[in-house]
Write a protein that binds this ligand. Sequence first.
Ligand code: HEC
Ligand code: HEC
Length: 319
Amino acid sequence: MSMGWQVYVLVLVIFGIVSNWVLLRWTSRYEITHKQGQGDTTGHAWDGDLTEYNNPLPHWWLRLFQITIIFAIAYLILYPGSGVYDGVLGWSQEQQYAEEMAEAEQQYAPIFAAYAEQAPQQLMNNSDAMTAGFNLFGNNCAQCHGSGGRGAIGFPNLTDADWQWGGSHEQILTTIMHGRNGVMPGWAAVLGGDAGVTNVANYVRSLSGLSHDAEAAAAGQQPFGMFCVACHGPEAKGNPMLGAPNLSDDIWLYRATLESIKDTIANGRNNQMPAFVDTLGADKVKLLAAYVQSLSRAAQNQTAEVTAAAANPAASTQQ
Ligand code: HEC
Ligand code: HEC
């Protein structure tokens, strides 16, 4: 708190206590005077005959107010509240929070340490571990990836079998531990402005079997081979070392519209996944990596089946 605010709070506190005290002194000394012909009442009458006794405040009532003043002063001695003094107990919100966190850490750290000993496959089959993973995900990851991990524009879907940075346990672990920074340079100038960008964008859409202008796509193929394969690969299947996405699978980090693809190509992208090893520690990150794998396991199995069926159509028709 700045000096100005400290003084402001102090003045308000002192004013509150002093004015209360003055008010009490004044009311306790207040002499009740009765005017002639009024009896014991104030002389006010409502609804014709409803009158009010004119008595001093009862003593027990005044005492209560005095106790509140004593309480306030005792409180200000013990706790921070006056704006300038921290109180003899040395209590603070931050300290209480830190103590509670340390206590929780002591209680839960052994649980996460025990999970970290287990192999990822084992963790994925352990429903307690996956519940803990779900909670960690909800607290640390859901704000960007969604509570179900399905992502949003610019934030990858973690429940599919498509990985920008690789889907092995080690790769996912590295992603969460140290974060990732996906950088794609802009190509507007190199491709000769809007027309060149439009051609390559149409070619990119054709790679996923999306509707496109065939002529433009044909014109975009050669520049794609020159400028894009270095990162996205000769078959445009991506490169997990660089975080370059697969452009042939119709799964999009940004939108699949021609406009959005043109925007990516013309201006580039710079996207950041934060590192978590410092905030969460290695044990929790390991559990999270297994949890993320479990999210996509169903999708991965499905893809494996589809690939197997495609590779061996005879086998699938026999089923
Ligand atoms: C501030 C937003 C943010 C938070 C919080 C966040 N992420 Fe991410 N995450 C991203 C972005 C953005 C990317 C994509 C990075 C890129 O484009 O290279 C990403 C990428 C990933 C990837 C790589 C996906 C792939 O296809 O290779 C994984 C795995 C991941 N995040 C898991 C997590 C987990 C687990 C947490 C919680 C501990 C988390 N993220 C928290 C923004 C976030
Ligand atoms: C230096 C490496 C690099 C080069 C060269 C490169 N890209 Fe990329 N590209 C990336 C990376 C990394 C991303 C992911 C950006 C992110 O994480 O936000 C990306 C993302 C994209 C996307 C978005 C995909 C999605 O799922 O939304 C498109 C489209 C794309 N690139 C097209 C191209 C085209 C076309 C070229 C050639 C003109 C090209 N890229 C050249 C690295 C590269």
